[in-house]
Every structure is written in structure tokens, then in C-alpha cells.
Design a protein around this ligand. Structure first.
Ligand code: PHE
Length: 344
């Protein structure tokens, strides 16, 4: 019987067969159990001898089943491990990181420089009205300078009257000059950075672009302060200590006198290099805030005066980082973003 049961256990090649063998040997109706039940019919001496032998056999078989069980489980685990091996020599796919857009980077750099000079950062809405974009800034109704802005007009606001009803996308951030002066008494020293809109599209124009605008109003702020401020700014921004800056006479309805701001550069073999050189490059406009604008915004021009300046953020980014085409800023081409973007 021992040989027979041993063989049965050893031939069990999976856990289900092993369990069947356990039931056949040790179960309620198993072979050993049946012999145990038989002990009652024996004489005391026979019973003693057979009982002891059966107990030994029972223990041996139980032990054998336990060992076979462990062996089968180990075998199953080994098979599983062999099948699921990870090949750690396979190089991983490169991780793709997001980048900071050059516009965001440039705005951060500009903000940091003006913050050092004591400017606060203000903002205003992209959807404006005729008053804040033009009239308050001394563009009289019908003035030809309005046409130069290629304005996107929106449907009139039925809840407003007059100039406030004429809605548009702001064509410049100068609107925030007006908003700031109307709610804050001088001294004022602030910059604005934000989106602006004009209906135009080519190598150097996109219908949406970004401007940075500065405004300083105090009792004796003058044009020398304006030039010094911009000079410090461009030298810090381009990180060139002797970068020259010049003013060229210009016209804006909201400043008088007005100037175009140029920085030095050299152009050789079709290239462009920022720095002291043989040539000039325009980066923005500026001037002393027109007395009419101060009046329109509730500030007494006999007591206060100041300056304003504005520049294109894309242009500042293109010049510093050598980005050739403005339109690519807004095409969301991942290869462009990986190339010109910044690590967070
Ligand atoms: N708002 C002007 C423009 O968009 C720039 C400017 C700002 C000029 C402030 C003078 C003063 O062209």
C-alpha cells in the first residue's frame, strides 16, 4: 500500500492531481482512513501493532504530499519567473519634457529687470473699448492714426453708451496707461505685459502679438529719466554693458515729444549682431505723456508729468535668441518649442 500511495503522490504533476491523491489516501473515504476504521474489529494486540504502523504510514504520506506540494509550487513559480523576465539591457525611450515658451521666458526676464528698478506690474483686459484704446489716448474721433492700427472691432455692447459701447481687441497695451492713471494717483511706476491685436499677417506681423509698456508719472520726471531707464533696461536685457541706445524723433498722439527707440548693432554679410556697431535697430516707441492724456485720465498736467514706452515682446525675444520668423511663435510646432523653448 505504501508503494502504491507513494507512486500516486509522486505521479501527481499538478496541484489538482496532488489534491486528488491526498483525498484518495487520507480523505474521509481514503485508503488509509478505511484501514483505520477497520482497527475496531481487531484484537487488542493486532490493533496496537497495526494502528502504530498505520500512523507511521499516514505521517509519511502526509509528509510526502507536503513536499510534493512545495515542489510543484516552486516549479510553477520558476516557470512564471522565466516567462516574465524583464530585459534590463533594453534602453528606455527618451523622456519628453515640456518647455517654457520663449514669450513666457522673455516676459519673465523683462519683469525681473523692471521689478529691480521699482516698477509694479499691472494688467488690463484684452477686450477694450474705443475710449481706452483711442480717445483717452488723444486719438480724436476720425483721426488718421486710428486707421494705422488695423483694429479688430467687436459688435457694439448694447448695455453701454457712446465710446464705451464700441468694443474692440486692444491694439496696444497703452490702454493700461489710461486704466492705471484713472484709478491711481501719482507717483506711478508700472509696466504692463500682455496680448495685443491688429489685423495683419506676414513675416513680421501676426494678428495677435505681445507688448510690454511702461509708465512713470511724478512731479519732475523728464526725458532724461526716460532715456536712462531704457538704457539700463536694454543693457540688462541683452547683457551688454556698453550697448548704445538712441532716440529718433517720431509721433504718437499720446506722447509729446515722441521718439522711436533704437539700439546699436552691426550688420555684416546679411547677419545681425546686437551691440556697439555700424548700424541701428528699432525696438520700440516712447515719449513724454501728452498733457491731454493726463487731463483725460484726471491727472493735473500742471502738477504732474511723466513718460511712457512700449515695445514688442516677440521682437525682443527674436533679437536675443536669434529666432528668424515671427509667425513660428504661434504655430505650436513641437520641434520649434523644443529648439527655442527653455527648460523649466
Ligand atoms: N503704443 C505704441 C504702439 O503700439 C507704443 C508706445 C507706447 C509709444 C508708449 C509711446 C509710448 O505703437
Amino acid at each position: 500500500l505504501k508503494t502504491e500511495l507513494t507512486q500516486m503522490v509522486e505521479q501527481a504533476t499538478d496541484l489538482a492531481a496532488l489534491d486528488a491523491a491526498r483525498v484518495a489516501a487520507l480523505g474521509k473515504n481514503g485508503r488509509i482512513t478505511a484501514l483505520m476504521k477497520n482497527l475496531g474489529t481487531m484484537t487488542p494486540d493486532e490493533r496496537k501493532e497495526t494502528g502504530a504502523a498505520l500512523n507511521v504510514l499516514k505521517d509519511e504520506i502526509a509528509d510526502l504530499i507536503a513536499r510534493q506540494d512545495a515542489a510543484l509550487k516552486k516549479q510553477a513559480m520558476d516557470q512564471k519567473l522565466a516567462a516574465e523576465t524583464i530585459d534590463i539591457t533594453l534602453s528606455p525611450r527618451p523622456e519628453r519634457k515640456g518647455h517654457i515658451h520663449p514669450i513666457s521666458q522673455t516676459m519673465d526676464e523683462i519683469a525681473a529687470i523692471f521689478a529691480d528698478m521699482g516698477f509694479v506690474i499691472n494688467e488690463g483686459p484684452d477686450i477694450e473699448d474705443d475710449f481706452h484704446n483711442f480717445t483717452a489716448l488723444n486719438f480724436p474721433p476720425g483721426h488718421p492714426a486710428r486707421e494705422m492700427h488695423d483694429t479688430f472691432y467687436l459688435p457694439d455692447d448694447p448695455d453701454a453708451v457712446g465710446e464705451a459701447a464700441k468694443k474692440l481687441l486692444r491694439t496696444h497695451t497703452s490702454t493700461v496707461q489710461v486704466r492705471t492713471m484713472m484709478k491711481q494717483k501719482p507717483p506711478i511706476r508700472m509696466i504692463v505685459m500682455g496680448r495685443t491685436y491688429r489685423s495683419d499677417y506676414d513675416m513680421t506681423h501676426t494678428p495677435m502679438f505681445h507688448q510690454c509698456e511702461g509708465l512713470v508719472i511724478d512731479k519732475s520726471t523728464n526725458m532724461g529719466h526716460l532715456k536712462g531707464c531704457l538704457l539700463d533696461f536694454v543693457r540688462a536685457y541683452f547683457n551688454i554693458d556698453d550697448l548704445p541706445l538712441r532716440f529718433r524723433p517720431s509721433f504718437f498722439p499720446f506722447t509729446e515729444p515722441s521718439a522711436e527707440v533704437d539700439i546699436g548693432c552691426s550688420r555684416k554679410d546679411g547677419g545681425l549682431k546686437i551691440g556697439a556697431g555700424d548700424s541701428w535697430l528699432e525696438i520700440g516707441g516712447c515719449g513724454m505723456v501728452h498733457p491731454n492724456v493726463l487731463k483725460n485720465c484726471g491727472i493735473d498736467p500742471d502738477e504732474y508729468q511723466g513718460f511712457a514706452f512700449g515695445m514688442g515682446i516677440e521682437r525682443m525675444a527674436m533679437l536675443k535668441y536669434g529666432i528668424p520668423d515671427l509667425r513660428t511663435f504661434f504655430e505650436s510646432d513641437v520641434r520649434w518649442l523644443e529648439h527655442y523653448g527653455f527648460d523649466p
